[in-house]
Design a protein around this ligand. Structure first.
Ligand code: FAD
Ligand code: A2P
Length: 447
C-alpha cells in the first residue's frame, strides 16, 4: 500500500491542480454490497480518477473497501500515452460505486450509465491492448493483454438498492434429481418493462423481504446470472439464476439453519414480485474472440456463469441472434458436484458435449461417488491435477481464458496442481498467474 500521508499538505504546489489515476486491486464490488458482509470477488484492477486535493481521502476510502493501490499516474502522463484518456476516464467516472463521486452518492437516483467494457484498459493507466508490448515469461511464452471487448457495453448498477426493479418470477424449477443432496433451483424472472440489461458473467442483487436480526430491512445478496444476455427464451425479456438453499447446522446449538435469501428464492412461487438490483461485475466477462479457448472450473452453483457462456457458445437459438459470435474455439468444463443427481443442467451439458465433441469437453468430479488417488473425495482440484499437463499447455496459449466459480476452497488446490505442471518447465505458477490476471485471462468469482 502506498504511504497514505504521502500526498498530504497544501494544494498550492505544482501538483495542486493535477488529476491522478489510481490503479486499484482487491476492491469489493461496491459499497452497498460491502455493507452486507458477504465475501465478494477481490480480483481485477479498477482505475479511479482523483484530483490532487482528494488523494488522501480517496486512499482511505479504498482501504476501507479492502482495495490496494498498485500504481498512481498523473493524467497528463496518461494522455501522452493515449490522447483519449482524459475524455474516456470522465465517462468511466459515471460508472459505479468505485469512483469517489458515486461512492459519496451511493443513495443516488437508482440508475447508472453503461460503460464500455474496454474502458478500464483503454481509458486509463494502460494503452489499448493492441498497443501494449508483449511480455514474455521465463520460458519465452508471450503474455499479451487480452483483446478488449470492442463496441460492447457493460451495463452496471442500472438498478440500485434504494430503487430496485420489481420483477416477477416466471418459473422456479428443481435442478437436483431424486436422491440428490439439498435444494438447487433454476429461477427465471420477467424483466419486461425494465431497463435492466446484462451480459454473460455478470451478477444481480436480490433483496429479500423482511427485517434482519437488527430490525433493519434485509440487504441484497448477489447471484451469478445463469442465462445469456438474451435470456432463456432468447427474447431479451428474462434473466435466470441458479440458487442453492443455504442449510447448515448451527455450530453451538446444532439446530438446522436456513439462509434467508436463498430460502426465499428457492421457495418463490411463479407470479411473485422480486426486488432486483444491478447488474454488477466485470471480472467474469467472456472474450469477444470466437476462437478463444475457454477453460471453466465450477463447483455447485458456480455453474451459473458457465451455463450462460455455454449457451452463448453452442445453442442454436443464440447463434442465430449473435452473428458476430460463432464459437470455433475449444472449451473445457470441469464441474464438481457431490452426487450424480446433483449434476446441475446435466442434460444440457451432455447434449452440447454430444453435438460438439471437438469444441466442448466435460469432466465431472463427483465428490461422494468418485475417489481421488489418495482415496478421498474426488474434488475438482483432483481433476485439475489429473489433467495438469494438458491444462497447463492450454493455459499457455495466448487465446486461452480460465474461469473459476463456486467454493473459495477449491482455489488453493487448483494452484497446487498447476504449480507442479508449470514447475516441470521451470515456470513459477504464482508469477505466471499474476501475469494472466493482468492480461485479464484468469477470472475468479468464488463465494
Ligand atoms: P444468510 O441468511 O445471509 O446466511 C448466511 C450466513 O450464514 C453467513 O454469512 C454465515 O454467517 C452463516 N453461515 C453460512 N454457512 C454457515 C456454516 N456452514 N456454519 C455456520 N454459519 C454459516 N449463491 C447461489 O446459490 N447461486 C449463485 O449463483 C451465487 N452467486 C454468487 C455470486 C457472488 C458474486 C457472490 C458474492 C455470492 C453468490 N452466491 C450465490 C451466494 C449468495 O450471495 C448468498 O450468500 C447465499 O445465497 C446465502 O444467502 P442467504 O441469505 O440464504 O444466507
Ligand atoms: P463435498 O460436499 O462432497 O465435500 P454443492 O454446492 O452442490 O454442494 O457442490 C459443491 C461441490 O464442491 C461438492 O462436490 C463438494 O464436495 C465440493 N467441495 C467442497 N469443498 C470443496 C473444496 N474445498 N474444494 C473443492 N471442492 C469442494
Amino acid at each position: 500500500m502506498y504511504n497514505q500521508g504521502a500526498f498530504g499538505g497544501a494544494a498550492n504546489t505544482e501538483f495542486g491542480s493535477r488529476v491522478f489515476v489510481y490503479e486499484v486491486v482487491g476492491l469489493r464490488q461496491n459499497e452497498e454490497t460491502d455493507q452486507t458482509n458477504y465475501p465478494i470477488r477481490k480480483s481485477g484492477s479498477v482505475f479511479i480518477r482523483v484530483p490532487y486535493n482528494r488523494m488522501n481521502q480517496e486512499m482511505r476510502r479504498i482501504t476501507r473497501l479492502g482495495g490496494k493501490i498498485v500504481s498512481i499516474q498523473s493524467v497528463s502522463t496518461l494522455e501522452q500515452i493515449n490522447p483519449t484518456a482524459s475524455h474516456e476516464s470522465a465517462d468511466n467516472n459515471k460508472e459505479s460505486s468505485v469512483t469517489p463521486e458515486t461512492a459519496a452518492n451511493s443513495e443516488g437516483n437508482g440508475k447508472a450509465t453503461p460503460v464500455s467494457a474496454n474502458s478500464e484498459v483503454k481509458g486509463f493507466a494502460k494503452p489499448p491492448a493492441e498497443e501494449q508490448p508483449k511480455k514474455k515469461d521465463k520460458k519465452g511464452n508471450t503474455m499479451t493483454q487480452a483483446k478488449a471487448k470492442k463496441g460492447a457495453d457493460v451495463p452496471v448498477n442500472i438498478y440500485r438498492p434504494n430503487a430496485p426493479f420489481i420483477g416477477k418470477c416466471i418459473s422456479n424449477d428443481a435442478l437436483v434429481d431424486q436422491d440428490g443432496i439439498g435444494i438447487v433451483q433454476h429461477i427465471k424472472f420477467d424483466l419486461s418493462g425494465s431497463e435492466l440489461k446484462y451480459i454473460e458473467g455478470q451478477s444481480i442483487g436480490i433483496i429479500p423481504p423482511g427485517l434482519d436480526k437488527n430490525g433493519k430491512p434485509e440487504k441484497l445478496r448477489l447471484y451469478s446470472i445463469a442465462s445469456t444476455r438474451h435470456g432463456d427464451d432468447v427474447d431479451d425479456q428474462t434473466i435466470s439464476l441458479c440458487v442453492r438453499q443455504l442449510e447448515y447446522k448451527h455450530p453451538e446449538t446444532g439446530e438446522t439453519v436456513y439462509g434467508v435469501c436463498s430460502t426465499y428464492l428457492t421457495q418463490l412461487e411463479p407470479g411473485a414480485d422480486v426486488k432486483i438490483t444491478g447488474p454488477v461485475g466485470k471480472e467474469m466477462l467472456l472474450p469477444e474472440d470466437p476462437e478463444a479457448n475457454i477453460i471453466m472450473m465450477a463447483t455447485g452453483t458456480g455453474i451459473a456463469p458457465m451455463r450462460a457462456y455455454l449457451w452463448r457458445m453452442f445453442k442454436d437459438s443464440e447463434k442465430a441472434v449473435n452473428p458476430d459470435y460463432q464459437f470455433k474455439g475449444f472449451s473445457w468444463l470441469i464441474f464438481g458436484v457431490p452426487t450424480t443427481p446433483n449434476i446441475l443442467y446435466k442434460e444440457e451439458l451432455e447434449e452440447i458435449q454430444q453435438k460438439y465433441p471437438d469444441n466442448f469437453r466435460l469432466t465431472y468430479a463427483i465428490s461422494r461417488e468418485q475417489k481421488n488417488p489418495q482415496g478421498g473425495r474426488m474434488y475438482i482440484q483432483d481433476r485439475v491435477a489429473e489433467h495438469a499437463d494438458e491444462l497447463w499447455r492450454l493455459i499457455k496459449e495466448e487465446k486461452t481464458h480460465t474461469y473459476i466459480c463456486g467454493l473459495r476452497g477449491m482455489e488453493g488446490g487448483i494452484d497446487e496442481a498447476l504449480t507442479a505442471a508449470a514447475a516441470k518447465e521451470g515456470v513459477v505458477w504464482s508469477d505466471y498467474q499474476k501475469e494472466l490476471k493482468k492480461a485479464h485471462r484468469w477470472h475468479v468469482e468464488t463465494y
